[in-house]
Design a binder for this molecule. Structure first.
Ligand code: PMP
Length: 410
């Protein structure tokens, strides 16, 4: 969908590079739900991609201290020495990967990391392999940067994970990157070392293909799942892998806008060129806060994991109890991506046919005022995503309403 066509005013012509890029469907649904709420409707929004916890107090204190100390000026272009040191230590401590200081970079969110990397590497027509369901910004950023997204369907039956044969078949001489996200937004699926190995074997046979891994949700995993990042499994990939991460989800710091990455020096340098002309540097205060997040106490992560796990179990069990809905148990993140194939073709009490997952999510929003996001927004149908980063009480109420709405379909 081209959202610009809805907002373009007479006389304004957007650049062709954004012609196919729309305002995120997730944001559109969020805005519609928020407007309904303002009108007094009892809307429950299960669309947001951010933890409902607050930023830890020690992190807030570090930011306040940075302001009082006068850390309020431009910083080094792609990260203060303190934050780069904290990132290097983090990769060593948690991922068993050794990056040197000039092999790490810091940006205004992981989103800007992705943008810097694609801007710095894609020429017109270069291909990026992206398994679906995928975080929608991936393909939009690739397209803004002149690349071509090659979307590969990875349904629930394959655990929402890219298979080696699919990767092999998708690679062409124009492939520049393959982009993997574990645990995944929106599916919550994660790759174990055994899941990664066949993909790594394919990549070793195709040295022109680089690997971008988005490890943003690494700290939100369940049932003893062992998070691993590809470079730790296969050091030979290190010279062509960008390992992306950030503080947004693990430390409940979405508004602070700090992301980081480790990768080969030449790529990191090229990314800094883009950043230098886009933002000059990430916020000095947020960087000081991120140092404390990475170096400070980590034990609260386990507690938050427990709390997310209880909500995941609740949502998965309640969804699977609804006839027509099928929900795989995710390994991580705070999303479920449930199939709704069994509801397609049914009729609402108002006589409307549910032909697509978006018809189903519209029906939920309009009749029981629960906002969830259709699979089509993530490139795979018929599914819908629930973000369970909200209170158990609210989740229970939302699931009661979803169940009641599904009962009424015939
Ligand atoms: N990667 C994934 C998979 C995400 O879900 C998000 C946020 N929704 C990001 C990256 C971006 O995170 P940020 O820019 O806040 O660091």
């Amino acid at each position: 969908m081209n959202a610009l066509s809805q907002t373009t005013e007479a006389g304004f012509e957007p650049a062709s590079r954004i012609a196919t890029v729309g305002v995120s469907k997730i944001l559109q649904i969020g805005a519609r739900a928020a407007a309904m709420k303002r009108d007094g409707l009892p809307v429950i929004i299960l669309g947001a991609g951010e933890p409902d916890f607050d930023t830890p107090d020690n992190v807030k204190a570090a930011a306040k201290a940075a302001i009082d100390r006068g850390d309020t000026k431009y910083t080094a272009l792609d990260g203060t020495p303190d934050l780069k040191a904290a990132v290097v230590a983090k990769f060593r401590r948690e991922n068993n990967v050794d990056y040197a200081t000039d092999e790490v970079t810091v940006a205004t969110g992981a989103k800007q990391i992705l943008f810097n990397a694609f801007m710095a590497t894609l020429n017109a027509g270069d291909e990026v392999i992206i398994p679906t369901p995928y975080w929608t910004s991936y393909s939009d950023i690739v397209e803004i940067c002149g690349g071509v997204s090659k979307l590969i369907a990875c349904p629930a039956e394959s655990g929402f994970r890219l298979q080696a044969e699919q990767l092999e078949a998708a690679i062409t001489p124009k492939t520049r990157w393959v982009l993997l996200n574990s645990p995944s937004n929106p599916s919550g699926a994660a790759y174990s070392a055994a899941d990664y190995q066949p993909l790594i074997d394919v990549l070793l046979r195709h040295p022109h293909v680089w690997l971008m891994v988005d490890d943003m949700y690494e700290h939100i995993v369940y049932d003893g799942f062992e998070f691993v990042t590809p470079v730790a499994i296969e050091p030979r990939l290190k010279s062509r892998t960008l390992t992306v991460n950030g503080v947004s989800k693990a430390y409940a710091m979405t508004g602070w806008r700090i992301g980081y990455a480790g990768g080969p020096k030449a790529l990191i340098k090229a990314m800094a060129v883009i950043q230098s002309q886009a933002t000059s540097c990430p916020s000095s205060i947020s960087q000081a806060a991120a140092v404390e997040a990475l170096n400070g106490p980590q034990d609260f992560l386990k507690e938050r994991q427990q709390s997310f796990k209880a909500r995941r179990d609740l949502v998965v069990a309640r969804l699977n109890a609804i006839s027509g809905i099928d929900c795989r148990t995710p390994e991580g993140a705070f999303y479920t991506f449930a199939g709704c194939e069994g509801l397609i073709g049914k009729t609402t009490p108002a006589g409307k046919t549910i032909a697509t997952d978006a018809d189903f999510t519209d029906y939920l929003l309009e009749t029981v005022h629960v906002a969830v996001v259709p699979g089509s927004a993530f490139g795979l149908s018929p599914y819908f995503r629930i973000s369970y980063a909200t209170s158990e009480a609210e989740l229970k109420e939302a699931l009661d309403r979803i169940a009641a709405a599904c009962e009424k379909l015939s």
